[in-house]
Design a protein around this ligand. Structure first.
Ligand code: SAM
Ligand code: CA
Length: 278
């Protein structure tokens, strides 16, 4: 069922990225600017890591970052962002504006018990850890421990590592274990999902029972680099098209789910907030 392009270990770094993580934005091999063909026109992309946005104007996005985000970014998050920028898969990191958004959201809802699926080097994890009270908890899952350990010294230095329980491995079996044990039901204040997009619907089936009534689930990349509105015959990379269909189906499913209230925000690559109401 999985297209061969996603399984192949080709020399193309972005394809490798997709194979491992189900998320990438460009064909860049060095994190530098890239031009993409869109309706026959060359469209230039943001040049720096984390400078991706769905906004029409790059200048406007830069304005947000430079006026409101970077000057207020906590030092450990800045350090982690800079370390992550050197990672060959840096394109996967949560952007600084989305990190700021998550941090404030968690404080607004007084989150204490949280979960994150898809950690990478830990930028969103650190944004979460810094927002939680000292006895707050984050159950963090990723199939890759190495990337988490790259950011861990910074998280430790920030004094928030004690809030994190990291589990290495695919999230689904861990969620299934929790579902099998009633004591986890309805216990999470906030859950951030930023991993394999083709599993979001399967995660949702489980997370809806694990989040509290009144609690939030945030699904990341629900606008899938804007491809959700591309015409069916638009030129698209195979993996973009492949995950796009899952994202489209997932967005429809959330829209029809009476157990939640939803809000889809054009922050980062799109984040859909779901508030469990029953
Ligand atoms: N939230 C991260 C940040 O702020 O940097 C970015 C996460 S990155 C986009 C996606 C992550 O999902 C990768 O680190 C990848 O290893 C992880 N992943 C992919 N499939 C997974 C799975 N089945 N279970 C858990 N993690 C998975
Ligand atoms: Ca993401």
């Amino acid at each position: 069922a999985f297209p061969s392009v996603n399984r192949k270990k080709t020399g193309n770094r972005s394809r490798k990225l997709m194979a491992l993580n189900g998320e990438t934005k460009t064909e860049s091999t060095n994190g530098e600017a890239k031009t993409e063909s869109k309706n026959g026109e060359q469209v230039s992309r943001h040049q720096e890591v984390g400078h991706k946005s769905l906004l029409q104007s790059d200048a406007l996005y830069q304005y947000i970052l430079e006026t409101s985000v970077y000057p207020r970014e906590p030092e450990p998050m800045k350090e982690l962002r800079e370390v992550t920028a050197k990672h060959p898969w840096n394109i996967m990191t949560t952007s600084a504006d989305e990190g700021q958004f998550l941090n404030m959201l968690l404080k607004l809802v007084n989150a204490k018990n949280t979960m994150e699926i898809g950690v990478f080097t830990g930028y969103s994890l650190l944004a979460t850890a810094l927002a939680l009270p000292d006895d707050g908890k984050i159950l963090a899952m990723d199939i890759n421990r190495e990337n988490y350990e790259m950011g861990l010294p910074i998280i430790e230095k920030a004094g928030v590592a004690h809030k994190i329980e990291f589990k290495e491995g695919p999230a689904m079996p861990i969620l299934d274990e929790m579902i099998a044990d009633e004591k986890y039901h309805g216990t999470f204040d906030f859950i951030f999902v930023d991993a394999d997009k083709d599993n979001y619907i399967n995660y949702h089936k489980r997370l809806i029972d694990l989040v509290k009534v009144g609690g939030l689930i945030g699904y990341d990349n629900t606008l899938w680099n804007g491809s959700v509105v591309s015409p069916p015959d638009a030129p698209m990379r195979k993996y973009v098209r492949y995950y796009r269909d899952f994202v489209l189906e997932f967005n429809k499913a959330l829209s029809a789910d009476a157990r939640i209230e939803i809000c889809m925000l054009p922050v980062g690559d799109g984040i859909t907030l779901c508030r469990r109401i029953k």
